[in-house]
Design a protein around this ligand. Sequence first.
Ligand code: ATP
Ligand code: MG
Length: 416
Amino acid sequence: MLQSQLFTKTRKEAPKDEVAKNAELLIRAGYIHKEMAGVYSYLPLGLRVLNKIALIIRREMNAIGGQEIFMTTLQNKELWEKTGRWSDEKIDNWFKTKLKNGTEVGIALTHEEMLTAIMAEEIKSYKDLPRSAYQIQTKFRNEARAKSGIMRCREFMMKDLYSFSRDEKEHEAFYEGSKEAYKKVFEGVGIGKVTYLTMASGGIFSKYSHEFQTLTSAGEDLIYICDKCKEAVNKEVIADFKNACPKCGNTKLREEKAVEVGNIFPLGTRFSDALGLQFLDEKGEKKSVVMGSYGIGLGRLMGVIVEVFADEKGIVWPKEVSPFQAHLVSLAGEDTKVKKSADELYKKLTEKGIEVLYDDRGLRPGEKFADSDLIGIPLRIVVSAKTLEADGYEIKDRATGATELVKEDVLLKIFK
Ligand code: ATP
Ligand code: MG
């Protein structure tokens, strides 16, 4: 994409009321637009990142048998009454609204009730199980605090998967598999090394659930890491384990600030009992389906990635989620030979299917480099009179700052 055509511009300042580093940098670099506190629009660069994150999540959810669906935002109050969750005392951060005829409806904040009701029409026998389905869809929550940029929003994209199993044993197997799938997601987006499987509190059917917590000083949560097991326990339940690792008993736990990027939750038969999701087992006996729910916040994940890797110059994307694979920066000025060389390289790279943001704007080198650092694409390719003379290109690693002069064949190999 030609940067001269990109409708967003970089800016020196973020909105005055923006306190989160992730949103500040993403706004300044033109990834997102702040509508109001906790409500952000995704602009071309931002949507590219979000879509890459979605692709990685889809890959792993499909790999464990998840079938993608897309449920509605307007929700039927009756379903929520059946599970006893409609009242504001049960859930205090709902947005609700009314139809013209006065009927109350809920605005999606989660989808257990809806999918359980859908499955009740489909699952009849043990032969229909196990199943799982997921969506990537907008959730609305009337959060009290929204000071963490895109990490805590009032409107945000969530991947929510729900599993349906014959019994606890079958559920366990899926649940364990989901842990591995989640690990692959977080490794896939580049934060595997700083993300910990964390024991958290459960609901009425299971004492515990699990969160995936990513270490960052911007975190709202506190977790206690066992460096032997490479797992953690969150603040809510650490006392249950007498401040020791539940796996190995290690009492030297490391307290860290972290952000919950995902969670997995055993639901037992809480929803299937309430909404009539039963099946006939091999003996012809009626049983309730055992369920689980599995969430990941896409925008939160994007914000966390910014928080974890950004430096004083701007964003630093891991290559897996970067909006483009390379940032081609031309320092042609009035030099038509340099311009031609940069144009040709852009054409060659894009023809090979490599995603390139081409800074073809007539700005001073200093401004171009500052913008490039702010936008944070991992690989920069500079074309200038100097590189043309050397019959090569200068490449720069955004994360380390290391530069190198390379010939074209070496450059092309980087993308293999
Ligand atoms: P938290 O404890 O941070 O409030 P939660 O436990 O309520 O989140 P879930 O309802 O389980 O979260 O949602 C699943 C995932 O959705 C979370 O792990 C998180 O990644 C994301 N998420 C939850 N709330 C928000 C929010 N307000 N803004 C952005 N992402 C969110
Ligand atoms: Mg939570």
